[in-house]
Design a protein. Structure first.
Length: 445
RNA sequence: GGUCCCGUAGCCAAGUGGCUAAGGCAGCGGACUGCAACUCCGCCAUCGUCGGUUCGAAUCCGAUCGGGACCUCCA
């Protein structure tokens, strides 16, 4: 497995901290609204990362947080005339529903900031003790100047940034880039701390959670490119101050989805929500996987249609093979080995282990689909059909693509054979009726 | 002002020093078919522009044009 590491700016071989295990953390959503299709990219991509490692035999400890205390949440709660707890519960559920719809597993550890207050406060205390943070009137800030390698991840020099250009410089801070660890709060949810009532800064949340859950440097930390600076830079600074390591060996970042030639952002109202997608979510998932994860993903209606149609095509083949094999009662049979099918499989895995090159992997999936279609046209190719079908199933499981299919009932089988008979007898009226019924049942396409 | 990414056929998109530039969509030409759908076979690009390095470049370097991201919450 080779992975591009933002920290070193190059592709490196993956070496787990503990053989056979992958400890990974992905920055989760701030739950104040429904997620949009840009937010869906990491939800899909990192799920595929996890599935790939699992296929390769690793045990993956996947953690992704919910930020449920934040200014935006307070604002939104006021807008909707509700309280923050109700609001965040609602959007956590909405997030999980969307993730599920997109085919991403929701079975992972999902810590909430509000439930991690003690570890977070403890983390901040340690930073103060070590001289890397300071308190000013109930706020606590991280002292950026105390970190030698601040800017390592995002490749920035502290003093070359255009500071205060668009945001007022907070004169309580010793340096404008110092970031808030603890914020004194008048309104909204607040928690007791040694510095008075307040709430934690966003950047500490993830670092403290990783510290508490894993207790050591993890293998992979992921998120969108926009998090590189300052969020991930700040996480690294804190981990380095406390434990002299960079929190994760590999930092992975997915590129943005672009719509209408630009970034889709929540602040510009130019958004499409996942819950509002009218196409099959698997079509959207396929679209996401059609572009290398680090490249920008160009989204438009034509692309969405193309991939949705493509998904229909793949699904049809998969389903036809499933029913062809079920009719022969071969689905549970042992598949033989065919070198040409092994090749598709091996090339697929090769692409996936080459920094998760899903675009290339898909081309091998298409090759296998074509082979299935060829075999479906033949009368007696069931052995190779089974082998190909089983391999396609593996590819589906790695990419998180799913087609819900039910085995044929006795009535289904009879109807199918009746259709075949009617056609053979040139009773086209009856054949068409049966075809329609079989199509309704999803057995024919 | 600093950091960085991208520009490959009508569209989406791999490839990042070397056989005839993956794959998909659309298009075109065939085949299959009771009809239709599906499917299959075949065709379809010299890589933004200019210059350089090299035996050899889409791939490296320089310039130039165009697009985009980050430096502020953001996936």
């Amino acid at each position: 497995m080779r992975i591009f590491n933002t920290l070193t700016h190059q592709i490196e071989p993956f070496k787990p901290v503990h053989p056979g295990t992958v400890n990974m953390y992905v920055c989760g959503p701030t739950v104040y609204n429904y997620i949009h299709i840009g937010n869906a990219r990491p939800v899909i991509f990192f799920d595929v990362v996890r599935r790939t490692f699992e296929y390769l035999g690793y045990t993956v400890n996947f953690v992704s947080n919910f930020t449920d205390v934040d200014d935006k949440i307070i604002t939104r709660a006021k807008e909707l005339e509700t309280d923050e707890i109700t609001l965040t519960q609602r959007f956590i559920k909405a997030f999980l529903d969307d993730a599920e719809r997109l085919g991403s597993s929701t079975k992972y550890m999902a810590p909430k900031a509000t439930e991690y207050m003690q570890p977070i406060i403890h983390y901040i205390e340690q930073l103060i003790e070590k001289g890397h943070a300071y308190e000013v009137e109930g706020d606590v800030y991280f002292d950026v100047k105390k970190s030698d390698d601040y800017g390592l991840l995002s490749n920035r020099q502290i003093d070359e940034q255009e500071l205060g250009a668009r945001i007022a410089i907070n004169d309580k801070k010793r340096h404008p880039l110092d970031f808030t660890l603890w914020k004194k709060t008048e309104e909204g949810l607040k928690f007791d701390s040694p510095w008075g009532q307040g709430r934690p800064g966003w950047h500490t949340e993830c670092a403290a959670m990783i510290d508490d859950i894993f207790g050591e440097k993890i293998d992979i930390h992921g998120g969108g490119v926009d998090l590189v600076f300052p969020h991930h830079e700040n996480e690294i600074a804190q981990a380095h101050a406390l434990h002299h390591h960079h929190l994760a060996n590999i930092w992975m970042h997915n590129g943005h989805l672009q719509i209408n030639d630009g970034k889709m952002s929540k602040s510009e109202g130019d958004v499409i929500l996942v819950k509002d997608l009218t196409v099959d979510p698997m079509g959207f998932r396929l679209l996401t996987l059609g572009t290398y994860y680090r490249a920008p993903l160009m989204f438009n209606d034509e692309a969405l249609n193309t991939y949705t149609n493509e998904w229909e095509r793949i699904k049809r083949t998969y389903s036809q093979a499933f029913y062809a094999l079920d009719l022969m009662e071969m689905l549970d049979g042992e598949a033989k080995n065919y070198p040409e099918i092994e090749t598709f499989h091996d090339q697929f895995i090769e692409a996936m282990t080459d920094d998760f090159n899903t675009a290339n992997a898909l081309s091998h999936l298409y090759g296998l689909v074509k082979l299935l279609n060829q075999k479906l046209r033949e009368d007696n190719a069931y052995d190779i059909l089974l082998a190909a079908f089983n391999n396609l199933k593996i590819m589906f499981s790695i990419l998180g693509l799913r087609v819900p299919l039910k085995r044929l009932s006795k009535a289904d089988r009879n109807m199918y054979h009746a259709w075949k008979d009617a056609r053979r007898n040139r009773d086209f009226e009856r054949a068409d009726q049966l075809r329609e019924k079989l199509t309704e049942r999803g057995i024919l396409h």
